[in-house]
Design a protein around this ligand. Structure first.
Ligand code: UDP
Length: 323
């Protein structure tokens, strides 16, 4: 049985990944500091409470287990906050990730799957965004992830550490079986906030700017189902375990939806009214982000199962109703 370390396995994407790995017969160890995750979201395997800043803890962990691969989801993710507090993002998302990579090297663990992001591209020069698109992040969140991607090239050259970087566009939705979902505190992502407003937990949804160069003036994003993202991680892991080379893939559905379109679909799915107000632009937001994911389809054999936005919102709503 292959032994996989999932760093950040108690968080939104990590917890769905742990569930999928267990279902595919992997032994899973979750490392999480529970700063943004929940112990009860880890549905199986071993759980270790610890922080990537703690090299002693990492060393201990890698001595105790022989890992075949590492998946890394533990990072701060708020674009707006990263503009205001860049050091927090560089420290955790970049510097602490080096601790993890160095521990892997010290213990001879060679396979690494990295949670990257479309934010590494900044304001796109063309749409859809493929892997060759220039990287020019406009917020510290994106920069911190781009720096890890760059470091991974050097770790491959120097230490033959193989990695797959998966650049998510907008991760959304929830476990189709209803066991897991998005529970960020504070919640800053669009779809859960729209659903909080539909549920009456929020008085209204604030649209951050409607003067963008898009058809209705609101930002356009490519929403991709959490399970489809996890599926891509599983395929990437299998590729590395089979001796594959390092790679990077953009993950999205190739279709952009504006904030107003998301709200309209959510109104239809929930049958609830969703009051909106128009606010200021949020710092660090590109107008449009849509993925070209053909490479992941060709090379990984990735086939999203839940590509339709109404399905993604339906699963998120099913989860929201349990909260
Ligand atoms: N957004 C918004 N109101 C909110 C939360 C988000 O208008 O309460 C916008 C945000 O500015 C961006 C889009 O929704 O244009 C998606 O934001 P999210 O934080 O979900 O993901 P991101 O694109 O930052 O990864």
């Amino acid at each position: 049985m292959k032994n996989i370390l999932v760093v950040g396995g108690a968080g939104y994407i990590g917890s769905h990944m742990v569930k999928m790995l267990l279902a595919h017969g992997y032994h899973v160890v979750t490392l999480d500091n529970l700063s943004g995750g929940y112990r009860d979201a880890v549905l199986g395997g071993d759980f270790v409470f610890g922080d990537l800043a703690d090299k002693t803890c990492l060393n201990y962990l890698f001595k105790g287990y022989q890992f075949d691969g590492v998946m890394h989801f533990a990072s701060f993710i708020q674009v707006g906050e990263s503009v205001k507090l860049p050091g927090k993002y560089y420290q955790n998302n970049f510097a602490n990730t080096l601790n993890l990579l160095d521990t892997m090297v010290a213990h001879g663990v060679k396979n690494f799957i990295f949670s990257s992001t479309a934010a590494i591209f900044g304001e796109p020069h063309y749409i859809p965004v493929d892997e060759a698109h220039p990287k020019n992040p406009i917020n510290a969140y994106g920069s911190s992830k781009m720096m890890v991607e760059r470091a991974l090239q050097d770790y491959d050259s120097a230490h033959q550490l193989k990695s797959v970087c998966l650049r998510y566009f907008n991760a959304a939705g929830a476990d189709p079986e209803g066991q897991l979902g998005e529970r960020h505190l504070p919640e800053t992502h669009l779809i859960p906030l729209v659903l909080h407003a539909a549920h009456g937990k929020l008085p209204q949804l604030t649209i951050f700017g409607q003067d963008y160069d898009t058809p209705d003036g609101t930002c356009v994003r490519d929403y991709v189902h959490i399970n489809d993202l996890c599926q891509a991680h599983l395929l990437a892991l299998q590729q590395l375990l089979a001796g594959g080379n390092s790679a990077v893939y953009n993950l999205g559905n190739g279709e952009g939806f504006s904030i107003r379109q998301v709200i309209e679909i959510a109104r239809q799915i929930t049958g609830k009214s969703i009051p909106i107000v128009i606010g200021e632009r949020r710092g660090g937001d590109p107008a449009r982000l849509v993925a070209d994911s053909r490479l992941a389809r060709q090379q990984l054999g990735w086939q999203p199962q839940y590509a339709e936005l109404p399905t993604i919102i339906q699963h998120a709503w099913q989860w929201e109703l349990t909260q």
